[in-house]
Design a protein around this ligand. Structure first.
Ligand code: NAP
Length: 355
């Protein structure tokens, strides 16, 4: 087995901790280094106590990239706040070129910085000009259930957001259909807001509450709409994000009028057949009979999906762990595919049940 050397930029955050968790037991990963400013010099377990005794190493303020000149396969995961990698990428690419690793280095970005191909769409979604639009076209979108074929050999990957992952998995059974209008309500857990507490997202204020936010105006809708266009789905999507009293998880409920098909209206059997077909080769998507459950996927790399159709209405439900299939484990899944490793290597572990 090839041993690969990993660097995590932003390793002290929730995404960084989750990457450390998945990568520390991954059979193809040799060494792991991670950056953070506030905890520089402190052991990884200072931020992630669950990793005490599992992962050695300390947070570093910065990385000397010449350390990787002799490394066959350097891998960088960026788990930085929105906008940070886009600001720093030109400087990083130059440093990687000086170290002689630029072409073989695999970069997987977990932020929204490189998910949209069109700088104008980016500016509209995120409210600012992209700092390095010339790099946008180099990134492959890392949603294996949709574009698995584009990932082998990729060296720059933009990993989808947690809402965007759940919504696009729910949309996939509708590939190629003209739906007209769809409504999606998706609830997220508090870890979706990262490790720094803020008034609107702080767990003590959320745990006994349930509310919608950024109604019809979430910045990740642009990413989902780009996915819909690529999947050939025609229709408008009304997206209502919700803040749920849980730590991990996204629960997404997509509702739509059942479209007419050449041989009659789409029914339960037809919708289920579409879901089975689109996820036939997706080892980390489980089609379930009743409602997916956040409790069944939390801590795992799986997405659970179910479908229902009756009296002209169709529903696709999807549940993921926002830090797993919505973030870190999905980034590792894309890494596996990019490096020609088995897609589920290091990822087929059960979550905890009950939580
Ligand atoms: N949380 C989720 O469910 C989720 C899901 C999918 C995608 N994402 C995306 O993944 C990224 C990371 O999210 P997260 O939840 O892990 O965030 P987080 O918990 O806030 O962690 C951010 C990390 O970046 C470091 N950092 C912060 N500001 C920095 C700066 N200016 N320069 C360098 N390092 C900086 C932080 O440590 P220091 O400040 O000490 O350096 C920390 O290690 C975000 O872009 C987010 O949108 C998050």
């Amino acid at each position: 087995m090839i041993l690969n050397s990993v660097v995590i930029l932003g390793a002290s955050g929730y995404g960084g901790g989750e990457l450390l968790r998945w990568l520390s037991t991954h059979p193809a990963v040799g060494s792991i280094r991670g950056t953070a400013r506030a905890l520089a010099g402190k052991p990884f377990w200072a931020a992630h106590p669950n990793l005490n005794g599992i992962v050695d190493g300390c947070f570093e303020e910065d990385i000397l990239w010449s350390d990787f000149t002799g490394v066959d396969q350097p891998i960088v995961f960026a788990a930085l706040p929105h906008g940070e990698l886009a600001q720093r990428l030109p400087e990083l690419e130059a440093a990687w070129a000086r170290a002689g690793i630029q072409d073989r280095l695999l970069l997987v970005d977990l932020s929204g910085d490189f998910r949209l191909k069109d700088p104008q769409v980016f500016a509209k979604a995120y409210g600012g000009t992209h700092p390095c639009p010339e790099h946008l076209s180099r990134f492959v979108y890392g949603l294996p259930e949709w574009n698995r074929a584009q990932l082998p050999g990729a060296r720059r990957i933009a990993s989808p957001g947690c809402f965007a992952t759940a919504l696009q998995l729910a949309l996939l059974p509708l590939k190629g259909l003209n739906i007209g209008w769809m409504a999606v309500a998706a609830a997220t857990g508090s870890s979706g807001s990262g490790a720094s507490p803020a008034l609107g997202t702080h767990h003590p204020l959320r745990f006994a509450d349930f509310k919608a936010y950024k109604v019809l105006n979430h910045q990740h809708l642009a990413e989902v709409e780009a996915g819909m266009a690529a999947m050939g789905i025609q229709g408008r999507l009304a997206f209502v994000p919700q803040s749920a009293p849980m730590v991990r998880g996204i629960f997404c409920s997509l509702q739509f009028p059942l479209p007419q098909m050449p041989n009659g209206g789409l029914d339960q059997a037809g919708l289920l057949a579409r879901a089975k077909d689109v996820f036939r080769d997706a080892p980390l998507v489980r089609l379930v009979a009743d409602s997916p459950r956040v409790g069944a996927v939390a801590g795992s790399a799986f997405a659970d999906v179910s479908v229902a159709a009756r009296d002209g209405s169709g529903v696709v439900l999807a549940a993921i762990d926002n830090l797993g299939k919505g973030m870190a484990s999905q980034a590792v899944q894309s890494m596996n595919l990019a490096l020609g490793l088995p897609e589920t290597l290091g990822l087929k572990i059960p979550g905890r049940y009950p939580g």
